[in-house]
Ligand binder design. Structure first.
Ligand SMILES: [Zn+2]
Length: 310
């Protein structure tokens, strides 16, 4: 009996250790994709990072999920971005886009919308204490902002509600590269943060404003780098998804019924993103969010210091 128990414990330990190694590998692996001579994307566990090379050093868009990744992002940015990072831009408040910030030197420019900073302070306050507070956004805007740095122009825009109500997109003007943050998941089911002002119903109109910008290449928040056509395809999916919710609310369909009968075909080939026991972004999830918005079945966070963006 004792012997069997011993084997069981050993088997369990091997499993746990194997799991830990797997997670460690996921977190420590970064892949570099060249977009133009001066723009690179980093793929890893969490959001896609954008790096712009300028004559004065790097501009980094989003910093992934862990400080360990943030250190790796910082090193890659220094190699690929023409020197030490001069500015970080956070597209929105989610931890898979911001928690790498503290790996950077405190005091550098960290830019976000006002609402993103408000959400970070209110919903993620525990993380942003002590030293980490030094890399909270220290330059916020509402609407639009332009950064001229080392011969490059970086245009940031809050185009409206979608994934949250504080997202920004970044246009590297000379390179005609757009980083959309999570307003665009390429070939994957998106997260939709209704509680933080996200809106399936307004998302497509928000993307109309994004599509007015002059760009050729697109770095999405998640999924591979693509082009305008990729973004337009995602917009079509979002519009279908919004219609599913509105139709269901109009005819009083239950959530389960809506999930069973949803008329969606623009999601063909979409990948499911999941972290066991934490989250699962699949078809049922996005239909649920659309139904919840259309039927008012969710509670929006009330910000103590809301900022002006809507
Ligand atoms: Zn997000």
């Amino acid at each position: 009996m004792a012997r069997i128990f011993g084997w069981l414990v050993l088997a369990l330990l091997v499993l746990v250790a194997g799991g830990a190694v797997y997670v460690y590998q996921q977190v420590s692996t970064l892949e570099v994709a060249r977009v133009t001579d001066d723009v690179h994307a980093l793929y890893g566990f969490g959001s896609n990072v954008g790096i712009l090379r300028t004559a004065d050093g790097a501009v980094v868009v989003d910093t992934m999920t862990f400080q360990m990744q943030g250190r790796e992002v910082r090193e890659r940015a220094e190699q690929l971005g023409g020197g030490a990072t001069q500015a970080i831009i956070n597209t929105h408040y989610h931890l898979d886009h911001t928690h790498g910030n503290p790996a950077f030197a405190p005091g550098l420019d960290v830019i976000s919308t006002e609402r993103t900073l408000a959400y970070l302070k209110q919903l993620d306050a525990e993380y942003w204490q002590g030293d980490a507070a030094g890399t909270l956004p220290n330059e916020t805007f509402d609407g639009e902002r332009v950064l001229e740095i080392g011969g490059k122009t970086v245009r940031m825009l809050h185009p409206g509600r979608g994934h949250t109500d504080g997202d920004l997109v970044v246009l590297f003007v000379e390179d005609r590269v757009l980083h959309t943050g999570d307003l665009f998941f390429n070939g994957r089911y998106p997260n939709i943060d209704l509680e933080a002002g996200g809106s399936v119903q307004q998302w497509a109109a928000t993307l109309d404003r994004v599509l007015e910008l002059d760009f050729e290449h697109v770095i999405p928040g998640h999924g591979p780098v693509t082009d305008r056509a990729g973004l337009v395809a995602f917009q079509r999916f979002i519009q279908q998804l919004a219609d599913v919710g509105v139709e269901a609310a109009k005819s009083g369909r239950s959530l389960a019924e809506t999930q069973r009968s949803a008329a969606l075909d623009a999601d063909t080939g979409f990948e499911v993103m999941s972290i066991p026991f934490v989250m699962r972004l699949d078809r049922d999830f996005v239909v649920k969010r659309s139904w919840e918005e259309a039927t008012g079945s969710f509670t929006r966070v009330e910000l103590a210091a809301p900022g002006a963006a809507q």
